[in-house]
Design a protein around this ligand. Structure first.
Ligand code: NAP
Length: 539
């Protein structure tokens, strides 16, 4: 059986400067296999005509998108259809027109039929005679589309079936997912439709990123990308560089397994960069994607239900971040799934793995923190002849992992948090002294583990210590990794403390995740190297 053609990468051109020819050349040089001409935005009919008369390296999609569906055309239908006809006769290759426009009148359908194949809409439908010349002309392929910039409707299959019934050679539907739960519904519909009818089914915006990348796994006709960030024709488009570099577009096929990050938000994370690079290096046919899921247990549980009900999505492993680590633990327990002893102690799961149809959980933050502490305190207890004293600043998810790790090391623990009740709960769960937030600068310990979010980008100039004071400690372990060197770490280094930055925790927990999923260590130093490279392009 012949394989259907692989999903193409398409770039939309939405302006006329630099010249259309230059923009096409640049997009093609970067990997675009098809170019959409958004005539409604280019607003230069002569330039479009010149381009279509010129030499071709890739096919074009001719689109004059109506304002009603997010485009720039707010003129009347007759003028728009005349433009379609004028450019369509120059044979761009594909013509995209909205279902709503086609449904408006038989006359419109007849006109579109002159430039594109419309199997369900014979050109004689209106009773008008069709010239033998136009009847015999090789026509463009028709894409019938619909765009919803507000939501992803519940009845997705009904919407897609209407597009199929239009007789379009290719159907296109673009929705706005509220979060990754909608993105999974969109992917499920793409998987249903694509084997029978060439289809483009997209989730726009940040929550739809997975639909743009997994378009290739599920055999979409194309997926859109941009040449430069910020020059998108619809929200959420990635650059060609991201699609091919970070998300390894050309290595995705139908058997590619899926991993990803569940959190809210997820766009700041560097996990896709490091996991995808490591899987590529190890020759693992898998992809790692962001799955933003709104806060709340119900949202998380519903996302996991979507995952479980659609095994063809091949989602085999998930990183879990803020605000879902406790939700992941609770969900796993409700499913009767098991988790590691450390995750059990933290009552939080940051890694989920599916094998043999069942999910298990782990807490690789705690694994990583244990390794970091073991090296940070080596020698301290022997030299001092007493137990190591660890001060944990914060009482959130990471602080919980830090306290569990400190407990593993047999240290004396003190907890200090802005909200004292949370500190008391943590101390109650693990044991440990409490230090009042106002007295944090006067504390005495061997190691300070900074687990608050104070000092994280964009608040990089903030410090969790008042007036850059520092408790009496020998070593400061930071958990924030954006920026790499926080204000607290700068202050600690100036005072002669040993410092460990947040990248250490980030890399070590990701390495442990990788091993948990794939049964092998990632190449030594690779994740660190990729993180450092991506530091250069981060905000
Ligand atoms: P979390 O559960 O939301 O906890 C946030 C902590 O920060 C709480 O203790 C909170 O205190 C405290 N906090 C927030 N704003 C504060 C302020 N203005 N003043 C004082 N305290 C404040 O978050 P988390 O998951 O523990 O994450 C904490 C930090 O760790 C984040 O910055 C995150 O970037 C970092 N992190 C790093 C890694 C890594 O791999 N390196 C992994 C996960 C997280 P209250 O209880 O008073 O609200």
């Amino acid at each position: 059986m012949t394989q259907p053609p692989a999903t193409r990468l398409c770039v939309s051109i939405v302006r006329n400067n630099p010249s259309l020819e230059q923009q096409v050349a640049r997009a093609v040089a970067q990997g675009a296999e098809i170019i959409e001409l958004r005539v409604d935005r280019i607003e230069d009919a002569a330039a479009v005509e010149r381009l279509l008369h010129g030499p071709r390296r890739v096919p074009f999609i001719l689109t004059i998108r109506s304002a009603a569906e997010g485009g720039g055309w707010d003129g009347d239908d007759a003028e728009r259809i005349a433009l379609y006809e004028r450019f369509g006769l120059l044979m761009p290759g594909f013509v995209d027109i909205e279902l709503a426009t086609l449904e408006r009148s038989a006359n419109l359908r007849q006109k579109v039929g002159l430039i594109a194949h419309m199997p369900n809409c014979p050109a004689g439908e209106t009773g008008q005679a069709v010239s033998s010349e136009s009847a015999s002309r090789v026509r463009n392929t028709l894409i019938v589309s619909m765009h919803d910039y507000r939501t992803t409707p519940d009845d997705l299959s009904v919407v897609l079936n209407r597009l199929i019934d239009s007789g379009a050679s290719i159907i296109k539907a673009a929705f706005t997912p509220d979060d990754a739960r909608d993105a999974l519904r969109i992917l499920t519909q793409l998987a249903r439709v694509a084997p029978h009818r060439p289809a483009i089914v997209i989730g726009m915006g940040e929550s739809g990123v997975a639909t743009r990348i997994l378009a290739r796994k599920f055999g979409a006709f194309l997926s859109f990308a941009t040449v430069e960030a910020g020059q998108t024709s619809a929200p959420g488009q990635l650059t060609l560089h991201e699609m091919q570099g970070v998300y390894r577009w050309f290595s995705i096929d139908r058997s590619t397994r899926v991993f990803g990050l569940v959190g809210w938000p997820t766009s700041h994370s560097r996990s896709p960069q490091i996991h995808n690079a490591a899987m590529a290096q190890c020759g693992i046919n898998a992809i790692y994607l962001p799955f933003p899921v709104r806060a709340g247990y119900e949202s998380f549980a519903q996302f996991m239900q979507n995952v479980n009900e659609n095994p063809h999505l091949d989602i085999d492993g998930l990183s879990v971040t803020i605000p879902h680590k406790e939700n992941a633990y609770r969900w796993l327990k409700e499913q009767g799934g098991s988790c590691s002893a450390l995750a059990e102690r933290c009552r939080a799961v940051n890694t989920l793995r599916k094998s043999g149809g069942t999910w298990t959980g782990n807490n690789t933050d705690a694994i990583a923190m244990t390794a970091i502490l073991s090296s940070a305190i080596s020698g301290v207890s022997a030299a001092a002849g007493r137990r190591v004293r660890i001060l944990v600043l914060g009482a959130g998810g990471v602080a919980r992992a830090a306290v569990a790790a400190a407990k593993e090391q047999g240290a004396d623990i003190a907890i200090c948090n802005r909200t004292p009740e949370r500190a008391a709960t943590l101390a109650g769960d693990f044991g440990g002294a409490l230090i009042r937030w106002e007295q944090r600068a006067e504390a005495v310990a061997d190691v300070l583990i900074q687990c608050t979010s104070v000092g994280m980008w964009p608040g990089a100039e903030e410090c969790p210590m008042p007036g850059d004071a520092l408790p009496s400690v020998a070593c400061v372990v930071e958990t924030i990794y954006n920026p790499r060197t926080t204000r607290l770490l700068r202050v600690a280094a100036q005072r002669g403390c040993r410092t460990v930055d947040g990248a250490e925790l980030f890399i070590r927990q990701a390495e442990a995740q990788f091993e948990y999923w794939h049964g092998q260590r990632p190449p030594e130093g690779l994740m660190r190297c990729v993180l450092e490279e991506s530091d250069g392009v981060r905000p």
